[in-house]
Design a protein around this ligand. Structure first.
Ligand SMILES: [Zn+2]
Length: 386
């Protein structure tokens, strides 16, 4: 029994097909599929279908989406920024409601899964985590949400945070976060002892924010790769940003790329506008998984972003100088299959047997969709039209 039949779809390879759905999965993909009279049929009118988007890095507890516009406030230091953020967040709606508003917005763009970092520290405790878990529960049929316990204020410099991280994992966060082991905490080994120790003990994954540039950042990446390999945590560790990879080239870059690939450490980038960021193609040549995320969306850290992963793929391509179709399609893959694999999810593929989660839009090819993301979209999640 077919639940729904989508007709007149165009696949990324250009084939015109119909898509039949049973129990939320593709039951058949091909030309001129038939359905009985009782089956609901949706005519996609020749639209291109792309796999559902996966946001590999978002902060659901920070965003002001759904709130009145908050003008950006400059801050002279990280500590000042953290204090300004706490003051701003105290004036807006509770975390669960803001998280809900952001999930609703990105779901409408076609995102079907995400990894959200959530602040935990000695003063915030688990309040943000519990609020985001409340929003996650509300969206469980529509969005796969993985949560990172993120020590935004540091671990060693914010006493009590190690215990809070442990409690966060016990309460349901799947990933242990970290941040600038040397640059923020001043003790790389101490910081990584907490992060890797907890992940190893609890069977959690790891995703570390690393903003440290140059040789210092590369040294941290080597430490992370070595610990990942020693503990056999390959494919379960990611480093977000890793700006240092954009600061170095030649033998230094090749050396760290080989170490990351060998250990199975993935790199997340959002292609930020104001600094160097990882060279995607070079890392891929070495076998490093590179995936995409939005990171901050309209919050105390920066005013930009709407949460659309197709627009993020465009920004990644724009900043990387991707002009050729295969390069643009590669930027899209960072927001679909590569991000899904980094999160340990079933890759979102338009194939029989796979979850029927896709986005239909007016574009000739995936490259065209990335180069100029269309606004109008039909979003289908596990066979249901939204
Ligand atoms: Zn982040």
């Amino acid at each position: 029994m077919i639940d729904r039949l989508f007709t007149n779809a165009v696949l990324p390879d250009g084939r015109s097909v119909d898509l039949s759905i049973r129990d939320g999965r593709f039951a058949a993909i091909g030309p001129d599929l038939s359905a009985d009279a009782a089956t609901e049929t949706v005519d996609l009118g020749g639209k291109l279908v792309l796999p559902g988007f996966v946001d590999g890095h978002i902060h659901l507890d920070k965003s002001f989406v759904g709130e009145p516009w908050q003008p950006h406030r400059p801050a002279a230091s990280l500590r000042e920024r953290l204090a300004a953020e706490k003051a701003l967040l105290a004036k807006v709606r509770p975390t669960a409601q803001r998280a809900d508003a952001l999930i609703a917005q990105v779901a409408a763009f076609g995102t079907v899964a995400m990894r959200s970092h959530v602040d935990v520290d000695a003063t915030t405790g688990l309040s943000h985590l519990h609020a985001v878990m409340e929003a996650r529960e509300k969206w469980r049929d529509r969005m796969d949400i993985e949560l990172v316990a993120f020590p935004q204020a540091g671990i060693l410099t914010c006493p009590g945070t190690a215990d809070i991280l442990e409690a966060a994992i016990a309460d349901g966060a799947e990933v242990v976060g970290g941040i600038d082991p040397e640059g923020m905490d001043g003790d790389s080994d101490g910081h990584l002892d907490v992060v890797f120790g907890l992940a190893d003990r609890r069977g959690a994954k790891i995703d570390i924010h690393l903003h440290e540039g140059g040789a210092g950042g590369i040294a941290q990446l080597h430490r992370i790769a070595a610990r990942t390999k020693a503990l056999g945590l390959g494919e379960r560790v990611a480093v977000s940003h890793a700006y240092a990879l954009g600061d170095v080239d030649g033998a230094v870059l090749d050396g760290i790329a080989r170490a990351l690939a060998d250990a199975g450490v993935a790199i997340m980038t959002n292609a930020p506008g104001d600094r160097a960021f990882p060279p995607i193609l070079r890392l891929r040549e070495h076998g490093v998984r590179v995936f995409a995320g939005n990171d901050n969306i309209r919050d105390a850290w920066w005013p930009y972003g709407n949460g659309d992963m197709l627009q993020r793929a465009m920004l990644i391509g724009y900043r990387s100088g991707f002009y050729r179709d295969e390069e643009l399609a590669g930027a899209l893959a960072m927001a679909t299959e590569e991000a899904a694999r980094a999160l340990g999810l079933e890759p979102p593929r338009l194939e029989v047997g796979m979850a029927a989660s896709f986005v239909a839009l007016e574009a000739d090819t995936p490259a065209a969709a990335v180069a100029a993301p269309p606004a109008d979209r039909v979003v289908v999640h596990r066979g249901r039209v939204f």
